[in-house]
Every structure is written in C-alpha cells, then in structure tokens.
Design a protein around this ligand. Sequence first.
Ligand code: C2O
Length: 541
Amino acid sequence: GSTKFYDFKVQTTRVTKVCKSRAIVTINGMFPGPVVYAQEDDRVIVKVTNETPHNATIHWHGVRQILSCWSDGPSYITQCPIQAGQSFTYEFTLVQQKGTLLWHAHVSWLRATVHGAIVVYPKTGVPYPFPFPYEEHIIVLAEYRYKDVVKLEKKVVKSGGGPPIADAYLINGHPGPLYNCSGKDVYKLSVVPGKTYMLRIINAALNMENFFSIANHKLTVVEADAEYTKPFMADHIMLGPGQTMNVLVTTDQRIGRYSMAMGPYMSATDVSFQNISAVGYFHYTGASINSVTLPPQLPRFNDNLLVKTNMDNLRSRDSHKVPLEINEDLFFTIGLNVQQCHSSTPNKSCQGPNNGVFAASMNNISFVRPKLSLLQAYYNKIQGYFSDDFPDMPLKNYDFVYGAPNNIPNNTQSITGTKVKVLEYGSRVQVILQDTGTVTTENHPMHFHGYSFYVVGYGSGNYNPKTAMFNLVDPPYMNTIGVPVGGWAAIRFIANNPGVWFMHCHLDIHLSWGLSMAFIVKNGEGPLETLPHPPADMPRC
Ligand code: C2O
C-alpha cells in the first residue's frame, strides 16, 4: 500500500442553520468534515492540531488498529486529550480493510459536529463483488443542536435527567424543508435514469439510531461496517450511531423528484415520540424543479420488527473463520438504571426518575474515566488508575427486570469504578450482551474498538443457552451491533490485537452515564504480536 497524509485542524466555525447562527467545532471549517480516502493496506497519517479551547481527540471508528493502539483515539482510554494549541499525529495501516467507515471526535459530545467519512477502496484491480456502480455518493446522517455540546453534556450529566432531543436532523449537513428557515438548505442528489448508484451511508448522530429511505426506491444492502454482505433488498434501513452501510439504488422510477429521509428509531415502546425527519432530494435529471416531490416514507419510530427483519437478512458474503470453540465465556448486562441524587448536585434538584439521576452500566458497573489514559497507565505500569476486576458475569441479577417500575428499589443501584477485563493473547472470546434496565429497555448500539466481531446470535428476552440459536456459518462481521431492545446479542472474536480496547454504547448520553468498559489484550510471544512503544508526541494529561 501507499501512504496518505491528512492535516486536520480542529477549529471553531460559524454556521447558520435552522434559523440561527452558531459557532460549532469542525475540522478545517467543514461540516461534515473532510473525507479520508485510502485503499486497502494503505498507511494513513493524520496530523491533528487543536485550534479550539476544548480538549480534542479523533477516533477512526472501525479501523482495527492492528498493533497501533496508540492511534485509536478515545480520550482517557488510549490517550490523553489533545489540549488547546497542541497537536498529535495519528498513524495506522488499513490492514485487510476496505469499505466505508467514519472518523469522529472522542471526547465530551464533540462528535456531534466533528465527524466525517473514511472511504477505503479495494486494492487496484480488485473489483467490487457486484456490478460497478455508475456513481458513488457519501451520505452522512447527523443530529444538530443549537447549544454548545460540551456545555450541554456537563449540564445534562449534572442534572441527572435525560438529554434533550436534537433541534434538527441533517443529511450531509442539510436539514431539508420540514424545518423552519431551511426550505433552501436541502441536500440534493442528482441522478440519471436507468443507472445503479452506490450510497455510502454513515450514521454520525450523537444520541439517536436512525432509519433511512428513498421514496419509491429499493435499497440493496451490499456492505455493513466495511464488510461485504450477501445482498438483500429493503425499503428502509436502520443504522445505529457509528454504523455504516453501502447500498445500491437503481434509478428505475419515472423521472421526478423523490424524498430521501432520515428519522429516529426509538425502540423503547413506552415512549411516544414525534417522528420528525431530515429530508433530501433524489432528483432525476430532466425533472422540473417545480415538480411535486414524492413525500418521505419512514417507518414508525418504534418499528422493532423492521429492525429485526433487516438483522435477519444481514449475512457475511465472504467466508470467515468464525471461532467455533471459545475459551473466554463472558456475560455482560448493559442498561440504564437510576441512582440516588448525587450530593454534589446543587440544591439536589435531580431530574431523573424518582428524584434520582440516570446512570448506565455494564455488569452493574458504571464506568468512570480515569485521569490518565488506561493505555499509558498499563504500558508504563503505573498503579492506581484502574483495577483488573471487571466481572465476567453481572454482580446482581436485579436489572433483568424490564419496564419502568414506579418504585425503584435502592438495591438496584450500580457501583462506579474503572475496571478492565484482561484477556490473554489469542483468547477465543464470546460475549453475551444482555439488554436490561430498571427504568427502560432499549436497543443499544454496542461498539468495540480495535476489532470486528462476529454476531453469532441474538434474540428477544433473556439469553438462554439451551434455546439460543447461533449462526456459525455466515454471521455478519461488525464493529457495532444494535442489541435488540429487551434482548441479547452474542459476539465472538479472537483477541489477537494487543492493547487497551474500549467497549461501549455508541449513544453518547449512555457513554456519559457509564455504559462502557475496557479490555486489555496482552502481548503475544512474537515480535509482531507485541504492542509498539508510544509515539513521541503523545499528549499528556
Ligand atoms: Cu465510534 Cu468509541 O466510538
């Protein structure tokens, strides 16, 4: 492969959107940010310079970072943040990776506006396993907020309440005509009839899983999380934040203007939700600009069945070596719970249920970010920043209780801590991710850094090893899996990439509440199985 260089300047940029002018954080003044283009096996070098007063880091979501853990990017996990005025250079190789991924800030809620696409083409001369598309386009889905997201995160966490919903949704930075003052701020994709287009769709939203559809057009999914899939057709797709999908669309309809739309998927069935959406135009050349636009067609906000059907259809195209035998058998509950009002909250006006505060946990532990990055502490053997006693099973079973009880017992509180699970090099790992919750259950988009994993099973209700059905033949190979609401998913991977690797819910509010943990994967015996030294410009805490 060759080497691709990029210069990212983290900047404060003024934009006018949905009636208001605001300063947002961007890369090089662009929103969405610049696209990183590369080919399979290329080396990518990105110098990130922070010209804002905020802390910054960039994460290369879905890049497996083989032996380059130092460049992964989650703040306080693999690095200290890049402070105002400082810079850090990320370097990694896209070893056997091709497809669509994304990069995003991984500190506070900056990812809301600091994100962009990664497009990795196959090696020269290697075709796609489907007819070559007439054109390819990137579609980035996002949420937009008027408020400063760094301040907003602090405020929401302090109050203990839920996050405000987005002020708008965006398709490639444009809200579309359903919002005020945005009649002209519409993403338009011009197409010609009788061709097949490939759309590289990325959900970069902060706190919302999203549906996407194009009126009157079928979407043929050919890739998910940068892995080819057996093609399947759908009217609508759903992507959790961090997920990517390549779809083919054939322009086989009458010449006209069709709405493409994104809108929220809220799996929790006990909420009512207004289904607002961002709309763009899928515009056939030759259609008059005054032509009537075919309206958007989105599923209902809680269409869990549609999400399940798409998941059933998602199969790896390429044959993989799915680990058949496992020697690390882990069971992690994931979910939301309520804690008593923190004494630190001024006037104790906690805005969570039962005058408490929202929290989230894995195996009943709400993760607390350390003051020094876990990787630096581990590598330099500095004691006191984490403990290696993350449990293999939940500490208590109470949070199998579904629904929203009126009285949440005191003994349902999670404990806080910075705990990691240590894996021997080469371990064959299975993790059952079980959705739970004493306040509500919902679909959680669980993301694992440094690896892709096989989704070998999933189902509703509590996982039962006796009845669970597994697919060890062609399971999808993902980096983010939407664990079904009130259900479970089983993932498998081989721990052959040493380092410290974050696992967390990709809804940022859940991350703020502690729905995360980290693995340490130890070194192997050989020189090519050993974590390299940290780069010289590693930021300090
Ligand atoms: Cu895309 Cu840890 O995140």
